[in-house]
Design a protein around this ligand. Sequence first.
Ligand code: ATP
Length: 341
Amino acid sequence: MTSIATLGSHCALQVLKGAKDEGFKTVLVCEKKRERLYKRFRFIDEIILVDSFREILDQRCAKILQENDSIIVPHGTLISQMSSNEIESIKNPIFGNKWILRWESDRKMKEKLMLESHLPVPKSIPNPNEIKGLVIAKRHGAAGGKGYFLATSESDYNKKRDELIRQGIIDGDNDLYIQEYAFGVSAYLQYFYSGANEDLEFFGVDRRYESDIDGLGRIPAPQQIAVDLIPSFNVIGNSPLVLRESLLDEVYSMGEKFVEAAKRLVAPGMTGPFCLEGVYDSNGKFTSFEFSARIVAGTNLYVSGSPYSSLMYNEPMSMGRRIAREVKIAKDKNVLQKVVT
Ligand code: ATP
């Protein structure tokens, strides 16, 4: 009997609860230090204890997952703790397109896919001496905003970069990708593309609360200036958002363009959950600075369904549950190879 497996972090609870609701056996690869936490949840059927998530690459883990006929649901922790080569080398089936995860981790590939999607993206700045206005310097991979910083000139950039090197957070310029700062209201658009039904579903929106940058907004300007701090964009949590209904049509067409572009660049395309991340300006125009090609933690908000999933399903449908439902649909239609790699 097929089971659904994931790593114990990020959105594991939502994914496994959803899998259980769909009637699957659930398997968690769990670091020993988190065993007590995850044992609290009765919908987790089997726990594979490891010292480090990297053991998922080892024979022992692979064998247990194989015996359980597990489909692994990848999330941000898998991406941040393993290289693209390692992820691609996993023999057990992975939900969605494991090849597209490399396009998420590599900033240059990421930019290529976003441009191919014809999404409005902030300009990237190849060299610090080309910095003219406000820019954001970001680390490669899913660093979750840690060690990112703002700069307005080359000297400002150099000063902050040197400070982060001194703190041991980055090694040098090669660790950083510079992009124009996009102003507006941030929104993280959560989608699911069904490979089995060949249909795009819009699942929800969230905003992120990032430290230190969001905390700084609570302090009056004179104190902000006085604080000697390079504010980071480290995600602490998420809060829900609904969009003006007039923005929805564009939300779907952006998602569709992304799916189409992914089909052209990285077979079998963007299947399963993904997220377009960006800001809306005062004209309601979306600029996308980032995508995630797998489930994002912002979907944890909607374990009982979202304002958008409720319009499509007459039952509580979380992203985790939708993933499990997709496995079921694909199995019924005999097209499992379309939804796992
Ligand atoms: P994750 O993988 O968790 O999405 P990440 O490490 O890939 O994170 P980004 O999402 O690119 O990082 O950036 C982290 C945060 O920095 C964003 O949530 C946003 O607040 C801010 N940010 C990034 N790029 C821009 C930009 N061009 N303009 C404005 N803000 C930005």
